[in-house]
Design a protein around this ligand. Sequence first.
Ligand SMILES: *Cc1c(COP(=O)(O)O)cnc(C)c1O
Length: 387
Amino acid sequence: MLADLSEALQQRQQQGLYRSRPVLEGPQSPHVTIDGREFLAFCSNDYLGLANHPALIEAIAEGARRYGVGSGASHLISGHSQAHHMLEQALAAFVGLPRALLFSTGYMANLAAVTALVGREDVIFADRLNHASLNDAALLSRARFIRYPHLDLVALEKRLAATDAQRKLVISDAVFSMDGDQAPVAGLLALCRRFDAWLLLDDAHGFGVLGERGSGSLYSLQQEEWSAPHLIYMATLGKAAGVSGAFVAAQAPVIETLIQHGRTYGYTTAAAPLLAHALLTSLQLIEQHSWRREQLARLTGRLRNNLQPLPWQLLPSETPIQPLLTGESQEAVRLDLALREQGIWVPAIRPPTVPEGRARLRISLSAAHTETDIDRLSAALHALARH
Ligand SMILES: *Cc1c(COP(=O)(O)O)cnc(C)c1O
């Protein structure tokens, strides 16, 4: 049996697909230490640079003193702490929806939201580039799973018009994790309204980053649009928020349904209350520190400007996710390794994470980067383009 596994692993290695885990020696930061060597890193989702913020470290310590370390039980038994409860209320108010429900991870939130809302008789329509957790959720739900071309509202409309299923659920990343581009949120909402379908928006990469207050991808909607009854908003708390966890926000009957039927809600130990306690502080920092979003926008503009002349295509993205398309996996890996030799770390992303022929360097920026960091990466890429 072990020989079997070893053979499959060897094959994976030969295909250049073997995954291994660099071990970070300190906190998440643009400057990380691995095996005693410092790297300028462009690979975290710590967009606002909060993952190592002193106020959050202090809040975690205070949370531990107040609530202890472990939650001790699931939310439905005795693990639902006052800290969880207050955070849910704060999150709902922050994104402007009536209720919110906390989960331990975004992966679990997506599994619960999809499987609690649709089943065998229903249909799911999903953008082709959605996050893996949404696709897994769709398969687990046993609903019919129909994928539409990336961002294509016309194709989605045709598919919605062609179904006679009772319950319809449209699922989309709000900011696409490997491309950095954004879903047409208002258009999706309007289509769902017309066809009486639910819309589940996964804003893992927009929450904290988009909108003046950092409230995420709904910020540009009109009040009557975003209070639409069929909107289900999901975001994670381990990316821009700098801590861990996720939440779903929606109308009260949706949230109550998730509490009743969400298997990844009920059948798991609640996350430590100290995390929820720290997230209350994180939410304040997100709202008050608009300079972090301004810094991100400046750095993003500077990087795009610097990289425009390169032979590799810079995908059209206004978010801190800035992919540089190489096409072939070998080229992406070559750039990744060459940068690493110079102490710069930008991950190569290859199929199956992205479609065949769409390999890339995925540059992700943080408000903790400086203009000097951006210029160092740009100069290194320009030098590689010349060789
Ligand atoms: C990261 C991510 C998730 C999963 O969130 P975790 O909290 O890391 O489990 C879900 N959806 C998208 C789009 C993501 O990028």
